[in-house]
Design a protein around this ligand. Structure first.
Ligand SMILES: Nc1ncnc2c1ncn2[C@@H]1O[C@H](COP(=O)(O)OP(=O)(O)OP(=O)(O)O)[C@@H](O)[C@H]1O
Length: 251
């Protein structure tokens, strides 16, 4: 198995002296190509801090992050901006689409920013919209779409640059349960069938149950891991197991 993303001995310290606070403490993590990984933990356990380090949006106090073999930690700000644009796709809780742009334009935007918009990538935009079942909405604006449709546009936008990894922060946090299931099925499908790699932060056991593997955080540390890749359990059995692990971390 090849690790596409690797965090080595990550520490993130805020404050100094008596106010020194470890938001991350000796975090080691490998994410393999094609893997759907969920990061779970209670509020304040360090999930967002970890995601910020993995995306190069923030730098660790010590330790290193490698994406596709490249050290994010030793890259300059300009190199990081380029790396993020080319190698990372982002999916957010509130979609973060640009309201005045159509679905097609929202998905095309990263290509324009990278100077990679041409006939071939334009076709990719439409292929992705069709693959996500929203080809008929290509000319629609976000305000004319449901939450689930907007998140499909956001997924197409995240995939259009063919990134090495997709980072998703509570991607179904603003969707109802039926639409959440549709979006999570799509995410799992992209990993299982198309070898995409996703790291998803969530505090919801049901959402995490769609992942291949779950890592659990507490007080800035990775304290447990659950492998569901070859699990034959039903969703509800998996949710029970995940909840048991979370409760274990609270005792
Ligand atoms: N810029 C900062 N300065 C000081 N402390 C910070 C800063 N950013 C985060 N923290 C602290 O680091 C800890 C981890 O925060 P983080 O946002 O990563 O947690 P989280 O697990 O994502 O929480 P939530 O689920 O509520 O979003 C928290 O105690 C938070 O208060």
């Amino acid at each position: 198995m090849s690790a596409i993303l690797e965090a080595k001995s990550l520490n993130k310290i805020y404050g100094e002296g008596n106010n020194k606070f470890y938001a991350l403490r000796d975090v080691n993590l490998k994410v393999n190509k094609g893997e759907f990984l969920a990061v779970m933990g209670t509020s304040g356990s360090g999930k967002s801090t970890l995601l910020n380090m993995l995306s190069g949006l923030d730098r660790p106090t010590s330790g290193e992050v490698f994406l596709d073999g490249i050290s994010l930690t030793s890259a300059s700000e300009a190199e990081l901006t380029k790396l993020r644009g080319e190698k990372i796709g982002f999916i957010f809780q509130f979609f973060n689409l640009i309201p005045v742009l159509t679905a097609e334009e929202n998905v095309s935007l990263p290509l324009f920013i990278l100077g990679k918009y041409d006939d071939q990538t334009k076709k990719r935009v439409f292929d992705l919209l069709n693959l996500l079942g929203i080809g008929h909405l290509a000319s629609s604006r976000p305000s004319d779409m449901s939450g689930g449709q907007q998140q499909r546009v956001a997924i197409a936008r995240a995939l259009v640059t063919e990134p090495k990894i997709i980072l998703a922060d509570e991607p179904t946090g603003s969707l109802d349960s039926r639409t959440s299931k549709e979006i999570l099925d799509i995410m799992r499908h992209f990993c299982d069938e198309m070898n995409h790699t996703i790291v998803m932060v969530t505090h919801d056991a049901k959402v995490a149950s769609y992942a291949h593997r779950i890592v659990f955080m507490e007080d800035g540390k990775l304290i447990d891991e659950l492998n569901l890749k070859n699990s034959s359990q039903s969703v509800s059995q998996r949710v029970v197991e995940i909840t048991r692990r979370i409760e274990g971390e609270l005792v």
